[in-house]
Unconditional design. Sequence first.
Lengths: 527, 483
Amino acid sequence: MAALSMAAGGSDVKNGVDPASKTITISIEQEPPNLDGSLTADTISGFVLGHVMEGLLRLDQNNQLAPGVAEKWEIGETEATFWLRKDARWNDGKPVTAHDFVFAWRRTVDPASASEYANIMSPIRNADEINTGKMPVSSLGVEAIGDRILKVHFVKPVPYFAQLTAFNVFFPIREDFFKSTNGRYASGAETLAYNGPFKITKWVHGAHLTMQKNEQYWGRDRIKINTIDIPYFTTDPSARINLFRDGKIALTPVAQENLEEAQMLGWNIKSFRDGGVFYVEFNHREGRIGGNKNFRKAIQYALSSSVEVNKVIKVPGYLPGKSLFPVWLDGVDDKLRKEYPAPEYTPDTAKAREYLELAKKDLGLKTIPPIMLLSGDTPLSNRIAEYYQDTLKRQLGLDVRIDSQIFKQRLAKMLAGEFDIVMTGWGPDYADPLTFGDLFMTGNVNNRGHYSNPAYDRQLKIAQNSNNPAERMAAFGAIQKIVFDEAVILPEYERALLYAVDPEMKGVVRRVFGADPDYSYVTIAED
Amino acid sequence: MTQTAPADPAMMDGAFDPLHSELRIQALTRPSLSYWQDAWKRLKANKRAILSLYIIIAMLLFTALGPQVWRVNPAEQDLLQISSPPGADRSAILVAPYVPWAVEEAPTPVTQSDAPDGTQTPAVVTAPAADAGLELVGTATTQMVRLKWNAMPGAADYAVYRNIIPAKGPGTYGLPLGNTDSAEVTRFEDLLDLRAGTTYYSVVPVDQTGAEMPQSINLKVDVVNSITMEEARARRLLKDGETPELGSTVNFALHPMGTDYLGRDMLARLMQGARVSLFIGIVAPLLFVMFGVVYGSMAGFIGGKVDQLMMRFADFVVALPFLLFMILFKIAFGIGPGESGIMPLIVAMVILLWPSTARLVRGQILQVREEAYVNAARLLGARTGYLVMRHMIPNTMGVILVTLTFAIPSAIFTEAFLSFIGMGVAAPTASWGSMSNDGIKTMLTHPHELFFPALMISITVLAFNLLGDGLRDALDAKMRSRE
């Protein structure tokens, strides 16, 4: 087997998609940093774990919740019950039991394991107390009733809890296997137990990862490929483009610069919105100009998200930003943005200038001092920042200084309030408008501009504490209006990712939550 | 032993006789040439060097006078002409301001086909599916392209694609512009980065499960440049008081070298970039080479303990990391983000880069100091100043100029590098380095954005090198009488 794959690697036989052995070859950005599901939160580990593990529920090819280890579930206001399927097995043939979940979840909230995602468990009874060391780990509000029933007790209603169970922090870990690894759990292919559609059969650190179909998986009949081979770990976009051009990998991200070439080569280009919303945030702190509403309105009427998306970003699939809430969020019966449409307005230079005059009067300034625009250091954010700089100069006569920083430094500066306006964004943690809605609550750590508005907080309280969908969505509708009227933020765009797929590979699923891209539904075209 | 030694010539007979008067030194004279006149004469004979000199003068004129002649703001963005190459078609038609596409009618029934409403551009259906009726609404302009088609049986949604070559079946439709997300909506408006020229649209029906169906309807569209009256007026493309009708042709602003990724004029940016690049490229090396010459010649001339001390200090300076000091100076100068870092760059270069010149010059001086003619001059009573000016400097001039000519391009490159990591010029100011850095991302699609700044850097660096080469030959005192 080893000799065979060596020979194949040496010659040019190996393709991105190999119908004979039902193998697909792909590349990932880097080695998965940590495959210990209870502790890890990064996307690459999440991608691998999503293929080799399975939670109580999973997301199907239409991104709808589907039974996973649990075949049936009930979620109430104070507790949830999951009935586990009989044929859910680990790769060594032992059954997946409710105790495996209890063990894994207790580990996540255990202060000793210092999981960065422990806070996601906070709706579960005593989770926060355990994480801060006030209560013993065994007091976590989750219990196994026999091997096949799992009961979860909540502190408050969690409408999105079913979603969470598909996330890697909620995956099971088997206690006896974990103990047998002597603290080396998830350090290699042999020290992980798999209950998902695939299992890792080869893991050369930093170089090569191979996943093969898990024959013990209860849904094995639905898995149509045998192997997912990942021999390339690279963050270099052009390296991946070249690998795809040579037919070595089955999927590659495509950047705006490569679009023309991709069209000429007849690539199968797809676009996928990753659910994130990007916006311009003001600094509302004392002494910063962003605290003035007229100033914010002036900027709002000067900038056009449509021009930004169509002329500056130029990537198909991006949506011009209109609201804090992205289009994909569900409302009561339809999408939230259909039930509560985003406020419409047309950018208007004359109006923007009027607002600026008012702002100058409010602030008692003859001219506005230079504005510090904090932005990311990617080519795209530089391009957008320069577009803002010129637009604000031309339309409002404002001097804008661009402070372009790497991600970490930008976050630090946002936290410290060292900006007037900042280009930033938010990726959702769960599929509820609340994940965006609570961003500008007074005192939220992610409210980097220190915006504070009692009306906003009042609406948010309704959305947080109510279990009535109509009432909650009305509150989000009101929040959306406040955000526009007060120009709390200026939505820029909803991001899209472009990628090209080998036409022989069908059924790659892109997800906002969970393992993305998901190859477990892939079929290989016969020809 | 002393007896057998030859007698002193002065003691020989006739040693005190007067010289014969007829013995005259042959008169071999030429017009007296000063050192600099001679150097200039020899430089003029070197064609490459003179050409380089002209290029450098032209470059300086380009920098100094260019912006007076070509009065275009290098920071102004023309989003109508993004990344347009030199010589692109500039004619555009005047269109009404953009208004969102209002839903004015009920969805078109499958069997009924609407008459095209005043479409000027012929819409050619390349692969007509049965009564699919994909057609343009209005004129296809760079402002927008509006398409509509008839509902297709079984479709729950439509995916709209755009391509620069005709699609060759499923999977080759090109850019996924978007979906209509509904079976009822059988129209699509494309606003995304439209360019004049031929493009190919494909509409692919999507079935209930979200999978694309194998058939598609395709349309070849010729997109023309467009501009609204307001924009044309704002950009002064219309004469005062002139109000042409919609649909008439105006010309976009001229950009002789094309525009960059934000529609900024390349020529104006190259001039601005030249100002930054040449300023750093010339001022910084001149300063640190001058300092290095003074320092090195002092060390070399005085010699001894002072020399040792001075050169160990130079070694110490060599060990200081340039980038770190650059950052320190930037902070010490109180230069915040978004402000130009040119001053600290020059200071850091002058403070840190002189030792190599100093070492070379010192070595040269040490060598020249021991030459016989220097000793002779000294014996004849020459002063230190005379020795330095007459013998030392001309003999080290070659080395100094070589250092200088290598320092200039490396300074230009250093500036480019620092602009690249965000420590040089701040946007929107351009330098050749930052322009190249921006242009390299679109090298394959818009080569002019990289080509022009790279060409400027290459020509300048080459010209300085060749001129330096010629100057070295011309100024080398040892080559003085070899013509």
